[in-house]
Design a binder for this molecule. Structure first.
Ligand code: CP
Length: 315
């Protein structure tokens, strides 16, 4: 594997998930694989989990890690071609990507959606700019439209917790005061399409995701009906895709509560974090024994480690 930009880049998801679970017994089993190799983590947006878990995964493989925060520490980059660079952008991606490649063997990039211009966000200018010019393997640490490292960790977590071959998994929208990107939801949908599961998406009308991603997924506008007999409830807010980047609904009637979880088959509660308590989900649900959010966080390390291992093996 050369690049990991979307979940399907991993190849066989089932085998990869099994390999990641096996790795948990001996996380430093492949510590020699990354000897004398360096990964650069480039952040255009904030992170807690992705930054730490990617560093930990690289360390477990014996790699060195360098981190750059582009919001504060670096020159501002220009990604458009043919621009007269007489404003705030000091360096073009054409040079910057090649510069970064002088100092590392793998590059990982986080660059969220602007939520202002749908076509520009769909074009993934930042991550595709790096892909075009960097000339070394690239990993997506959450781009405008995808968060495949998160969804690989989620696949591992579902596999560890499922009690039947074909569980019912519900992706539920929940309220949030700010406009959030579609990346986590998109990648979760794509991952679920690779799974043997009864998969249902539930959200208020107007919050339909990109139908090129949801394809023929079942969409249920009644949240309680969607929750019936669910084994997993995966919760995430996203802004409207149709009315791009807008928050259409601010009341809390889609918040995840213990009463709603009673409709499920004693479902596990999942969320990628960070999560706003008593807006997205009540304390009672998040603190319950059915909440597996910290297991998801733990699995971020092993998901990334498997991705790095596959890339290192191909160098
Ligand atoms: N879930 C996730 O990607 O968390 P961070 O934004 O903190 O990295």
């Amino acid at each position: 594997m050369n690049n990991f930009l979307k979940i399907s880049d991993i190849g066989n998801l089932k085998d990869t998930v099994k390999e990641a679970i096996d790795l948990k017994d001996n996380p430093t089993k492949f510590i020699k694989l990354g000897k004398n190799k360096t990964i650069a983590l480039l952040f255009f947006n904030a992170s807690l989990r992705t930054r730490l878990s990617t560093q930990k995964a690289a360390i477990n493989l014996g790699m060195s890690v360098v981190v750059m925060n582009f919001t504060n520490d670096s020159w501002q980059l220009e990604f458009e071609d043919g621009v007269v660079m007489n404003k705030d952008k000091s360096e073009h991606i054409k040079e910057a990507a090649k510069v970064i490649a002088q100092y590392c063997d793998i590059v990982a990039v986080r660059a969220f959606a602007s939520l202002k211009n749908k076509e520009k966000d769909k074009a993934e200018m930042v991550i595709n700019g790096f892909k075009k010019y960097v000339g070394i393997p690239i990993i997506n640490m959450e781009s405008a439209t995808a968060h495949p490292l998160q969804t690989l960790a989620d696949a591992i977590t579902i596999e560890e917790n499922k009690t039947k071959h074909k569980p019912k998994v519900v992706l539920s929208w929940a309220p949030h005061p700010k406009a959030l990107p579609h990346a986590v939801a998109n990648s979760f949908v794509e991952m679920m399409h690779l799974q043997d599961a009864d998969f249902v998406i539930t959200h208020p009308e107007g919050y339909e995701l990109d139908n090129k991603i949801t394809k023929n997924s079942i969409i249920e506008y009644n949240q309680e009906k969607a929750f019936e007999n669910a084994d997993f409830v995966y919760v995430k807010n996203w802004s409207s895709f149709t009315n791009y980047g807008q928050v259409l609904k601010t009341d809390l009637d889609w918040m995840i509560t213990a009463d709603k979880m009673k409709f499920t088959n004693n479902a596990k509660f999942m969320h990628c974090l960070p999560v706003r308590r008593n807006v997205v989900v009540t304390d009672e649900v998040l603190d319950s024994e059915n909440s597996i959010v910290i297991q998801q966080v733990n699995n971020r390390t092993y998901a990334t480690q498997i991705v790095l291992k596959k890339i290192l093996e191909s160098l």
